[in-house]
Design a protein around this ligand. Structure first.
Ligand code: ZN
Ligand code: ZN
Length: 444
C-alpha cells in the first residue's frame, strides 16, 4: 500500500466531523448546525402557529392557510405547487448534493368546534357547516403541525447547499374528513395527484395532550386504526303494531343485528393480534307507537389496527347483518363506505429501526418506541401505504398538568404548551437530514 493510499484509508475510517477537520477548518456537522438553526426559528414557529390558530379553516376550505404556507415556501426559494388535492401545498427543496428524496407532512384543517380556551389569539371564526352556524377551531392542533413544518422548511432551506438529497414538504388539507360529496380528498387525493414527488420515505407527527412536553412516541406496525363508516338498512314489511304477524318487524330484527354485531369482536376476532371495535352510533326507524315500520337504518364505525383484521371485520359484519335479517324474514343492506374510511396507519419497522438513533439523539429519555396503539384514525396512512412511513406523537401537555387543563384533541378546551414546538421542529428536521445522510454514508 502506498503512503497516500494508507492515509486515505485511515481518513475513511474517521467519523464525518473529524474528516471535515482534516480537510480544513473545523466546522460542526450538518445535524449540529440544524439544531442551532432550530433554536433560531422557534420564535417564528410560535408566531406562525398563533397566526394559523387565530385564522382556522375547515377541511377543504384551507385557502388562506394554503396561501400563507405557499408564500413562506416560495420566499425560501422552493419549487411550490398549490391547489394540490384542492387546497394542499407541496414545496420541493432540492439540496446542493445528490441523494434520495424524503417527504415531511403537516395537515392544515381545523374543526367545527367553538373555542373556549382563554388565549389572546383564540379563534372567533364562525362559519356555516351542514346548514348550521358553528365556531371553527384548531381543536386537533393542526395549527402546530403547520407552524412546525414551516419552521422545518426555514431550517432546511438555510442548509440547502449541503443537503444530500431532496425534501418534499406536504401541507395537506382535509385530514379531519372532507365535506359530503368531496371524496376522495386529503392525503388520498394528494397521493393520487403525485404529491409525494418521488419521495422514498415519509415522516409526520401529531400533537397530543395525552403526553407531556419533551415526549416523543411511536411504535413499529399499526399505531392508529383504520376507520370505516358502516351503514345497515334492515328492510321489513310495515304493519299494525297490534298485529306483527301481518308484516316483518325491522325494529326487533335490528335489535338482534346490533347484538349480533357485538359478538364479532368479542367472539370471532383474534384479539391477541390487535384490538378492534365495531360501534353502532345511531339507529333510526319508525314514526309512532302502534306502527311497525318498513325499515330501520343504523350507522356506525369499524376500527382495526391490522389490514387483515379490517377485511375480516367487513366480511363478518356483512354476514352477521344479512344472515340475522334473513332469519327473521327481513333483508339487510350493508354498506361499508371505504370512500370516507382511512386505512390503518402502520409504521415501517425497518424505517423506525434506521431512524431510531436520530430519534434518540433528538428526544433522549423522552423517546418511547413502544407506545400503545390507539383506535383513532389518521389519513397519514395513505402516504405510508405508498412509501415506508413513520408517524410520531409529540406530547404537548405541560409536565404534571391535569387532564382538566389538557383535555383530549377535539375538545373546545384543547390546548398545547408551546414549549413542545422546538422538539417538533427538531424531530422532523433531523429525521429528514438523518435519512438523507444515512443514504449518503451507505455509499451514494
Ligand atoms: Zn383530529
Ligand atoms: Zn388531527
Amino acid at each position: 500500500m502506498t503512503k497516500l493510499l494508507a492515509a486515505l484509508a485511515a481518513l475513511a475510517l474517521l467519523p464525518a466531523p473529524a474528516r471535515a477537520q482534516a480537510d480544513g477548518p473545523p466546522r460542526p456537522d450538518l445535524a449540529e448546525r440544524v439544531d442551532a438553526l432550530v433554536a433560531d426559528v422557534v420564535p417564528d414557529v410560535v408566531a406562525y402557529r398563533r397566526h394559523i390558530h387565530e385564522n382556522p379553516e375547515l377541511s377543504n376550505r384551507e385557502t388562506e392557510t394554503a396561501a400563507y404556507v405557499a408564500e413562506h415556501l416560495t420566499g425560501l426559494g422552493m419549487e411550490v405547487r398549490t391547489g394540490v388535492a384542492r387546497t394542499g401545498v407541496v414545496g420541493v427543496l432540492t439540496g446542493g448534493k445528490p441523494g434520495p428524496t424524503v417527504a415531511l407532512r403537516a395537515d392544515m384543517d381545523a374543526l367545527p368546534v367553538t373555542e373556549r380556551v382563554d388565549l389572546p389569539f383564540a379563534s372567533t371564526v364562525t362559519t356555516i357547516y351542514n346548514g348550521m352556524e358553528v365556531g371553527v377551531m384548531h381543536a386537533c392542533g393542526h395549527d402546530a403541525h403547520v407552524g412546525i413544518l414551516m419552521g422545518v422548511a426555514e431550517v432546511l432551506a438555510a442548509v440547502r447547499d449541503e443537503l444530500p438529497g431532496t425534501v418534499v414538504f406536504l401541507f395537506q388539507p382535509a385530514e379531519e374528513g372532507a365535506p359530503a360529496g368531496e371524496a376522495p380528498a386529503g392525503a388520498e387525493l394528494m397521493v393520487a395527484e403525485g404529491a409525494l414527488s418521488g419521495a422514498e420515505a415519509v415522516f409526520g407527527l401529531h400533537v397530543t395532550s395525552a403526553h407531556e412536553v419533551g415526549e416523543l412516541k411511536t411504535r413499529p406496525g399499526g399505531m392508529m386504526a383504520s376507520a370505516d363508516n358502516l351503514e345497515i338498512v334492515v328492510h321489513g314489511k310495515q304493519t299494525h303494531g297490534a298485529y306483527p304477524w301481518g308484516g316483518v318487524d325491522p325494529v326487533a330484527t335490528s335489535a338482534l343485528v346490533v347484538t349480533g354485531l357485538q359478538t364479532i369482536v368479542s367472539r370471532q376476532m383474534d384479539l391477541t393480534k390487535a384490538p378492534a371495535v365495531v360501534t353502532i352510533g345511531r339507529i333510526d326507524g319508525g314514526v309512532r307507537s302502534n306502527i311497525i315500520p318498513d325499515s330501520v337504518a343504523m350507522i356506525g364505525t369499524i376500527r382495526a389496527l391490522d389490514d387483515g383484521m379490517r377485511a375480516e371485520l367487513h366480511d363478518r359484519i356483512r354476514r352477521t347483518a344479512t344472515d340475522i335479517a334473513s332469519s327473521q324474514g327481513a333483508t339487510a343492506t350493508v354498506t361499508i363506505a371505504d370512500e370516507y374510511g382511512y386505512p390503518v396507519t402502520a409504521n415501517d419497522a425497518a424505517l423506525l429501526d434506521r431512524m431510531a438513533p436520530t430519534l434518540q439523539r433528538v428526544a433522549g429519555d423522552g423517546l418511547d418506541t413502544g407506545v400503545a396503539p390507539v383506535l383513532g384514525a389518521e389519513d397519514f396512512s395513505y402516504f405510508a401505504n405508498e412509501v415506508p412511513g413513520l408517524f410520531l406523537w409529540l406530547g404537548v401537555r405541560t409536565p404534571g398538568a391535569s387532564d382538566e387543563l389538557f383535555p383530549p384533541n377535539h375538545s373546545p378546551l384543547f390546548r398545547i404548551d408551546e414549549d413542545a414546538l422546538p422538539l417538533g421542529v427538531r424531530t422532523l428536521a433531523q429525521l429528514a437530514v438523518g435519512y438523507l445522510e444515512g443514504d449518503e454514508s451507505a455509499g451514494r
